[in-house]
Write a protein that binds this ligand. Structure first.
Ligand code: ATP
Length: 143
């Protein structure tokens, strides 16, 4: 049996997850990482990506996570993120609209050489695209 560890996932609005887990995976700015019990202590900045939680060996749940931090401590793994959503909480229409807005902004910024705000638009685009990907992964009939 895989060993469990304490996992706490917090956003500014809520306690997204609090409990034991055998695995948690996130997207850091240096790539995706997976944490098992006994992982060395570390802190890393989070990019936008998939939050994969295995509460036990037989169950896997995938959610959306926004920018933030992961801190691995001996007694607990903490994930602090601007926003987290389970697939059933993701409003697909809102994400599609956010994606279109971000794409329009990026096109305008490219034309105007507005490099100062392009970073914000790119991250907004990543958030919208990742939300749509995670929502579609959980939809009936999805591949
Ligand atoms: P939008 O432009 O639609 O607000 P955003 O990427 O700027 O998108 P965030 O700043 O990441 O939004 O999130 C703000 C709040 O709105 C958070 O509570 C987040 O969980 C929620 N949220 C954002 N987009 C969605 C969505 N498509 N479905 C459900 N909740 C969402």
């Amino acid at each position: 049996m895989a060993k469990t560890f304490n996992l706490m996932v917090l956003t500014p609005e809520r306690e997204f997850y609090k409990g034991e887990a055998v695995y948690v995976g996130v997207q850091t700015i240096a790539g995706s990482i997976g944490v098992l019990s006994g992982h060395i202590p570390m802190v890393s900045a989070l990019d936008v990506g998939a939050l994969v939680i295995k509460p036990d060996e037989h169950t896997t749940r995938t959610a959306f996570h926004s920018e933030g931090f992961i801190e691995v401590r001996p007694e607990c793994v903490y994930i602090l993120s601007q926003a987290c959503e389970w697939p059933e909480e993701i409003d697909e229409k809102r994400a599609l609209e956010a994606e279109q807005r971000a794409q329009e902004r990026l096109a305008q910024e490219r034309q105007g050489d507005d490099l100062g705000t392009m970073g914000h638009s790119k991250v907004a685009l990543m958030r919208a695209m990742t939300r749509r990907r995670i929502k579609s992964m959980s939809s009936p009939g999805s591949k």
